[in-house]
Design a protein around this ligand. Structure first.
Ligand SMILES: NC(=O)NCCC[C@H](N)C(=O)O
Length: 283
């Protein structure tokens, strides 16, 4: 199977991926040859760091091989259908970061092997599944928490909204008027007043700001500062999507505080992405 976005898999499948990630994390014996003889083609821009390091490291640790191309390789004149029908001869999986989600969907439609979306402009399923996995292993009541995303309705916001609807989570989106992701639902509520919703929030999520939101007016109203984090529920956490920018969507004092869950929070990207690879190969 493919992993194109979180709203294309079920809550049970997400749970199965999380259980697989547990066993990889706890380093079950014999796992080191699970991908022996398997070859993965990766399409990543040179600027990708975390997602690529963890996919490549994980695949190699389980005995698999990675062949890396820049995503522009997919923008050549050759029809993707032709490219995929050649790759189908030799390759066991495709992992692709490309701005265009429709290119990834087209690759998947032509592929006999799993295609995994490693981020598009529309969505970022692997990152969000990894974040939710980490929260779920730190907080047993993760399904009852209030998740508040403050920022643009981009790829990170959209994948959080999608996972919220699959897992039936309470997801708040806070941004300026006009930046709503979609209609309100049981799992998606849009707000323009940050302070009003912080008091009901357990997990604060951010993404970097596009140019049109990098104004003093927006930043003073919506930046996550230490003072604002103090308004949240007890035990609340701040999980900014990297790369994050101090002085823009988050303040330096919020990042230096105990609310920031830290760099180790992303450690599970390695296990969750590998679990996704193994799960997609099995199904
Ligand atoms: N760690 C990552 O994979 N970063 C995600 C960056 C998300 C950001 N909205 C972007 O599209 O560049």
């Amino acid at each position: 199977m493919n992993l194109l976005d979180v709203d294309q898999i079920s809550a049970k499948q997400i749970n199965d991926i999380f259980v697989l990630a547990d066993s990889l994390r706890l380093n079950n014996e014999g796992s080191s040859t699970l991908l022996a003889g398997k070859t993965f083609v990766l399409f990543f821009p040179e600027t990708s760091i975390r997602t690529r390091v963890t996919f490549e490291k994980g695949i190699k640790e389980l005995g698999g091989e990675c062949i890396l191309f820049p995503p522009e390789t997919l923008d050549k004149r050759e029809a993707l259908r032709d490219l995929m029908n050649y790759l189908n001869n030799w390759v066991d999986g495709i992992i692709v970061r490309h701005s265009s989600y429709s290119i990834i969907q087209e690759l998947a439609a032509q592929s006999v092997m799993p295609v995994i979306n490693a981020m598009t402009s529309e969505n970022h399923p692997c990152e969000i599944l990894s974040d939710l996995y980490t929260i779920s292993r730190q907080r047993e009541n993760f399904r009852e928490l209030a998740y508040t995303f403050v920022g643009p309705p981009g790829n990170i916001c959209r994948s959080w909204a999608n996972v919220a609807s699959v897992m039936n989570l309470q997801f708040n989106h806070v941004c300026a008027q006009g930046y709503q992701l979609g209609a309100s639902s049981a799992n998606y509520k849009f707000h323009t007043e940050l302070e009003d919703i912080l008091v009901h929030s357990d997990v604060i999520l951010t993404d970097s700001l596009p140019m049109d939101l990098q104004s003093d007016e927006y930043i003073s109203k919506y930046q996550i500062t230490l003072e604002r984090m103090k308004m949240t529920k007890s035990n609340a956490i701040l999980n900014p999507c990297p790369p994050f920018f101090r002085g823009e969507e988050v303040s330096g004092d919020a990042i230096s505080s105990d609310y920031f869950v830290g760099y180790s929070f992303k450690k599970n990207l390695l296990y969750v992405q590998l679990a996704i690879v193994l799960y997609c190969l099995m199904k």
